[in-house]
Every structure is written in structure tokens, then in C-alpha cells.
Design a protein around this ligand. Structure first.
Ligand SMILES: Cc1cc2nc3c(=O)[nH]c(=O)nc-3n(C[C@H](O)[C@H](O)[C@H](O)COP(=O)(O)OP(=O)(O)OC[C@H]3O[C@@H](n4cnc5c(N)ncnc54)[C@H](O)[C@@H]3O)c2cc1C
Length: 407
């Protein structure tokens, strides 16, 4: 059987894939978007949208339907909890943060892209051919068996998330040596003494490098990230114990548990952009702003598509054009991992002035000491080299106003 031919096949119907699809369809490309799950599919994510995401979606996809919002449609900001302070430091953001259900939000984007969508189709391999790519997939049938399906395309975009199969197929060495992070979260029917209108970060020792609590309607979500799976489980247990002791967490029922693992590349100044006419966008490429990744996925997906459209006109390789146009996005990511720049460029802007005005000198000193102790604990910054790269980036930025990244 002959494989259907497309101009572009995009792997993964998350924000990066949807943004790339939309731009390519508008540019007149015959575009196929494949997704391994049936849409709408679940995605482990808090679902907070930054102002960049909101602007991008509004400009490119139009107003979001009300159905994409969670039971608590907006959050007021962040709650920071420190061992030395009995009170949570509430930091409102400049604008309320939309709080969405990723299954519905991503489906709205994918369908709004105008591309042909094939869901329930999993990429299994990519073969390079003289004039493009052979995209090998398996489709899950209703009877539980799988069928092989093949597509051909002149260009391919990997937008298949943190643990990209597409990248492994075409660039098997690109992720080698990169640290792997595990994120775990559980949804509870529970009570907790924390303000439900804020997303809480807890800077206590022994609970991983990103311990959080948020509330969605009646549900309390508790999550941690750790650099190894076993460590993440240990952090999770001690985090729950801490929440029980300090914030009166009373768990009545576990409603859902989820975990995911993927490469952390931006923390080591590593980005995988692709080769030839194979481009990589979103999480698969390493784009993340601290913990916010939806805007980076949208922007990089859109830029990858622009590079393809330009390459087609100029009859040149897309990756060279992508490298050039995506550079500001790379810098924006690294700004958000650079403590000297975070406060100016944060994707979810806290009203820093109002926050500082509320803190006494004594509590500001205690917060500083707590943050120092938090960063100094064994959360893998040293063994992975991430701590060293963060310091080098800060110094490099001070002198050159740029980052030492080789794209
Ligand atoms: C716990 C957690 C909380 C987060 N909270 C936030 C937040 O509040 N705000 C924010 O901005 N960011 C958040 N992020 C980050 C954000 O979720 C990601 O950065 C964003 O989803 C990246 O988009 P993407 O399109 O690159 O990849 P994804 O959204 O991961 O989409 C990739 C798609 O590819 C599909 N796929 C994978 N493999 C294949 C295959 N072999 N064949 C076909 N399809 C495939 C997947 O099913 C998926 O649909 C969070 C991340 C985590 C882990």
C-alpha cells in the first residue's frame, strides 16, 4: 500500500504541535498532525497560563471557550511557604492567571489549527529518504490490536514532549547524558489550611526541587519533582508528612495519581533543534521557562513552522533558518533560569513591588536564608552540573548580556 504524502507531518498534538500546524496550514502546506492518544487526551500539567500564552492563543487561535477552564477559572498568584515563617507569603500576579484543563485546552488548539488530525496514532520510527521522511506509526484498533500505518512528508516536526521518540529516531545521540527528571502528582479529596486562590510553592528541605500544592475546586493537588524516580517518591512521602504537620492536610481519598519523566536540557544550556528538514519544538527541544512551558511550546512550534515555510521558498534546509529565528526564545528560557533576570522576565509576573512593601527587613532576611538552604540541599544541582551552568550563565550574562549556548 502506498503511504499518503504530506508536505509536513507533525508528531504530537500538544501546544507546540498545534501552533506549528496552524502556521503551516495558513502557509498553504498539506499538514498532518499525529497524536498517540485519542483526543482530548490527559496531560500531566498544572494548567496555569502565563500572559504570553494568553496573548499568543488570543492572537492566533481566538478567544478560548469557557469549557477549557477548571472549576477555579483564575488564580490570584503564588503562595510561598518558608520554614522560618509561620505565615504564607502571598504574592499576587499582576493579572489573574487562567487555570485550564489541559485535555480541553490542547484539543481546542489542535482542532483550531486546521490541520488534518490523526489521533490514536503513535510514531514508532522515522526513516530519512532522498526527498523527505517516511513516518512509521502504529494505530490502536477498536479490538485492541494495532495496525501499522505509514506517511511520507518533505518536512517533519517533533513536538512529542519531554521524552521525544521522534528525536531518538532521527538524532539518537541528542539527549545522551541529559539529566532525567520525574514529576509526580496526586489529586486528593482533602482539607488543607492554604489559600485555594493561590498556587503554593514550599521551600522546605528534603521535599525535592519543585514541591507544590494547588487546589482545583474541591480537589487538592500535591506534587514534587526529583532527579531520580526513587528520590521523587521519597520526596513525595516527606512532603505529604510536612503538609500534614504544618498545613493541616487531611487526606480523605486519593482520586488520581500521575507521574512522568523526561529530559531536562535547558538547565544545561542544551537545546535540540533538529537537523536538515527535521525540526524539534516545545518540550522535545528543551524549551521551558522554569516550570512554565506552554508559551515556549507555542512560540517554538510557530517559529519551526515559519522556518519551514521560508525554507520551502528559498529551497534551503529548514534547521538553519530555525536556529536563527528561535534564538530569542532560547534566551528567554535561559533568562527564566537566571536568578538575576527572573524577576524582570518571569512568565507569570508577580507584583514584586507590592510583595517587597509587605515584607519586614527581618522576614526578608529569613526568606533569603531559607532560600539559600533550599538551594544548597542535595537536589542534584551539583552531580548533574546544573548548579555550575546556572552560575556560569549569571556571570556570562553580567558581562555579555547573552548566554554561552551553541545552537
Ligand atoms: C507537573 C507539571 C506541571 C506543569 N505545569 C505547567 C503550567 O502550569 N503552565 C505551563 O505553562 N507549563 C506547565 N508545565 C509544562 C508544560 O506542560 C509543557 O511545557 C508543555 O505541555 C509542552 O508542550 P509540548 O507541546 O511541547 O508537549 P506536550 O504538551 O507534552 O505534547 C506532546 C504530545 O505528543 C504526544 N506524543 C508523545 N509521543 C508520541 C508518539 N510517539 N507519537 C505520537 N504522539 C506522541 C503526547 O501524547 C502529547 O500529546 C508543567 C509540566 C509538568 C510536568
Amino acid at each position: 500500500m502506498t503511504a499518503t504524502r504530506y508536505d509536513v507531518v507533525i508528531i504530537g498534538a500538544g501546544p507546540a504541535g498545534a501552533a506549528a500546524s496552524r502556521r503551516l496550514v495558513q502557509g498553504g502546506m498539506k499538514t498532518l498532525l499525529i497524536e498517540k492518544y485519542k483526543l482530548p487526551r490527559r496531560k500531566m500539567c498544572s494548567g496555569l497560563l502565563s500572559r504570553w500564552t494568553v496573548d499568543f492563543v488570543h492572537r492566533h487561535f481566538g478567544p478560548m471557550p469557557e469549557t477549557v477552564y477548571t472549576e477555579t477559572p483564575f488564580l490570584k498568584g503564588f503562595g510561598f511557604n518558608f520554614p522560618s515563617l509561620s505565615e504564607t507569603v502571598l504574592a499576587p500576579t499582576k493579572n489573574p492567571l487562567p487555570y485550564v484543563r489541559r485535555d480541553r485546552f490542547d484539543c481546542f488548539l489542535a482542532q483550531g489549527s486546521g490541520a488534518e488530525i490523526k489521533d490514536g496514532v503513535r510514531l514508532t520510527g522515522i526513516e530519512q529518504e532522498k526527498d523527505g521522511f517516511k513516518i512509521l506509526c502504529s494505530r490502536l484498533r477498536k479490538d485492541g490490536k494495532t495496525t501499522r500505518v505509514t506517511f511520507r512528508a518533505r518536512y517533519a516536526v517533533a513536538a512529542d514532549g519531554m521524552n521525544s521518540r521522534a528525536v531518538r529516531c532521527v538524532m539518537p545521540d541528542a539527549q545522551r547524558g541529559m539529566p532525567v527528571t520525574t514529576g509526580m502528582q496526586k489529586f486528593y479529596r482533602a482539607e488543607i489550611d492554604l489559600d485555594p486562590d493561590y498556587f503554593h510553592l514550599v521551600f522546605h528541605p528534603n521535599v525535592g526541587f519543585f514541591p507544590w500544592v494547588n487546589m482545583k475546586g474541591e480537589r487538592v493537588v500535591v506534587g514534587v519533582s526529583g532527579l531520580e524516580h526513587r528520590k521523587a517518591i521519597r520526596y513525595y512521602d516527606s512532603f505529604v508528612a510536612l503538609l500534614e504537620e504544618k498545613f493541616g492536610l487531611k487526606i480523605k481519598e486519593v482520586l488520581r495519581e500521575e507521574a512522568m519523566a523526561g529530559y531536562m536540557m535547558a538547565y544545561l544550556n542544551h537545546f535540540v533543534l533538529g537537523q536538515g528538514n527535521f525540526l524539534v519544538a516545545g518540550d522535545a527541544a528543551g524549551f521551558i521557562h522554569g516550570a512554565e512551558g506552554i508559551s515556549a511550546a507555542l512560540v517554538s512550534g510557530d517559529l519551526a513552522a515559519q522556518a519551514i515555510l521560508q525554507a520551502d521558498e528559498l529551497d534551503s534546509k529548514a534547521v538553519g533558518l530555525y536556529r536563527k529565528c528561535v534564538r530569542p526564545e532560547v534566551d528567554r528560557c535561559l533568562d527564566n533560569l537566571n536568578p538575576l533576570r527572573m524577576s524582570q522576565n518571569a512568565p507569570m509576573l508577580v507584583d514584586g513591588k507590592a510583595l517587597r512593601a509587605k515584607q519586614s527587613l527581618k522576614s526578608a532576611r529569613l526568606i533569603y536564608e531559607d532560600l539559600k538552604a533550599f538551594a544548597a540541599q542535595d537536589i542534584g544541582l551539583k552531580e548533574t552540573g546544573m548548579g555550575k551552568v546556572a552560575k556560569q550563565n549569571m556571570i556570562h550574562y553580567l558581562f555579555h548580556r547573552s548566554y554561552p549556548v551553541d545552537l
